[in-house]
Design a protein around this ligand. Structure first.
Ligand code: CTP
Length: 400
């Protein structure tokens, strides 16, 4: 899928820290999104990871010499600074942070940085006491006010044996923040409530009724909305997905719990997107202990109806934008249209879950958007991340 960093020129600055190995994976993730990545290493960084690794993955020579010359005899670091769409320093040591904050240019990376006019993303990584020291905090404050985007370090056990803030975030998290910095912020100030995943309706502590929803579509929408500046609450049923960062995640199991979490947050939301595959029925009885097999060859499970959460939202709707999903195996237009009307929605995204490239568990989806005014828009099969952005484009369009 083409993300916002597709085809962008990104310079990855690597400093000498234990976490330098993580920037190898970061480079791989950026290349996967087809960014053009050039690497500048400090001399100290070369003690931790060899330049050949970065050269093999980026397909370009690594720069670590201030006097190195480019193809047209221009000084390479100035050439790169002019062409960069973003510069990412990971890991950024206390030393380089001090140099950047004070305009010191005494090696390739610090000299390059002074010539950069594009966005600068800094990922500090060091011993917790160093990170919390007055000097480093003061320098970071200067860089923040200079417009640097600082990716906050994680907390925990550090390689040096101390515990506290200073750990370089995982490469996926840094790549996510780079994508964030490139995404248009058309949802700034908007509160967006998203539901995702299946619900589980237990009949006893170890048995439940559910469905194969993976949560991927809802998580993709929540992440896309956060990247676009939205304040996102994700109410999620049980999934195998990592909780997305910078999003308030409310984990629920049953439809009843999901209903409560959604109603608690509906009034404050501007946009509600209900991607969750909510179970329509739950077992009438919930046994406290595991039900034993017994001698019966057949058994009947009595079910009672769950509340239709989205229908209730439609009833309570004031000026919120309400979006639903319709998972169908046939007659998409007829069924989705009926749900759009009955649940008082602005948009319903219908998909045929029987297709192999669409619906439950897949990374792609083929969705048709049905609008309140009776129009529809069939989207091609695409990555769920791409579907998420198109859906949010349409939601943003409704507002204007
Ligand atoms: N939904 C809900 N609460 C329920 C059932 C569904 O909020 N108890 C929401 C889903 O999150 C989705 C939309 O309603 O956004 C449509 O869900 P779907 O399962 O496709 O349809 P149902 O309304 O349950 O109807 P049916 O099962 O008959 O297709």
């Amino acid at each position: 899928m083409k993300t916002a960093i597709h085809g962008k020129n990104i310079v990855l600055g690597v400093c000498g820290g234990i976490a330098a190995y993580k920037s190898v994976e970061l480079l791989r993730l950026l290349k996967k999104q087809e960014a053009n990545v050039r690497v500048i290493m400090t001399q100290n960084a070369r003690e931790f990871v060899g330049p050949m690794t970065f050269e093999a993955l980026s397909g370009l020579p690594v720069c670590s010499d201030i006097f190195e010359r480019g193809a047209d005899a221009s000084i390479r670091h100035i050439e790169w600074a002019e062409e960069a769409d973003a510069v990412v320093i990971a890991p950024a040591t206390a030393n380089i942070i001090g140099k950047f904050a004070n305009g010191i240019a005494d090696d390739a990376l610090s000299t390059f940085m002074l010539a950069v006019t594009s966005r600068q993303i800094l990922c500090p990584s060091m011993n917790a006491n160093m990170y919390l020291s007055n000097a480093v905090q003061r320098n970071l404050e200067i860089l923040r006010s200079d417009g640097y985007f600082i990716v906050e370090p994680g907390s925990g056990d550090l390689a040096c044996g101390t515990t506290g803030p200073g750990r370089l975030p995982e490469p996926e998290e840094i790549a996510d923040r780079i994508l964030y910095s490139f995404t248009k912020k058309d949802m700034n100030g908007k509160k967006i409530l998203v539901t995702a995943g299946p619900t589980r309706e237990h009949s006893d502590p170890v048995r439940f009724i559910s469905n194969p929803s993976s949560g991927k579509m809802g998580y993709a929408i929540a992440k896309a909305a956060e990247h676009r500046g939205g304040e996102v609450i994700l109410v999620t049923g049980p999934t195998n997905l990592a909780p997305p960062s910078h999003i308030t995640v409310v984990s629920v199991k049953s439809a009843k719990e999901m209903a409560q979490a959604v109603f608690d947050n509906m009034e404050n939301s501007h946009i509600v997107i209900k991607t969750a595959a909510v179970a329509d029925y739950r077992p009438k009885e919930m046994a406290d202990q595991k039900v034993k097999k017994g001698t019966d060859d057949e058994k009947v499970l009595h079910l009672e109806k769950n509340q239709d959460i989205l229908k209730e939202l439609g009833r309570r709707k004031q000026d919120q934008i309400l979006v639903g999903f319709a998972a169908e195996t046939e007659k998409l237009e007829k069924h989705a249209g009926k749900k759009l009307a009955e649940k008082n929605l602005d948009i319903i995204a219908g998909n045929l879950v029987s297709r192999p490239d669409s619906g439950f568990g897949t990374d792609t989806n083929q969705v048709t958007l049905f609008y309140r005014n009776g129009t529809k828009e069939a989207l091609p099969v695409m990555e769920k991340d791409a579907v998420a952005h198109i859906l949010l484009d349409r939601v943003a369009g409704l507002k204007s």
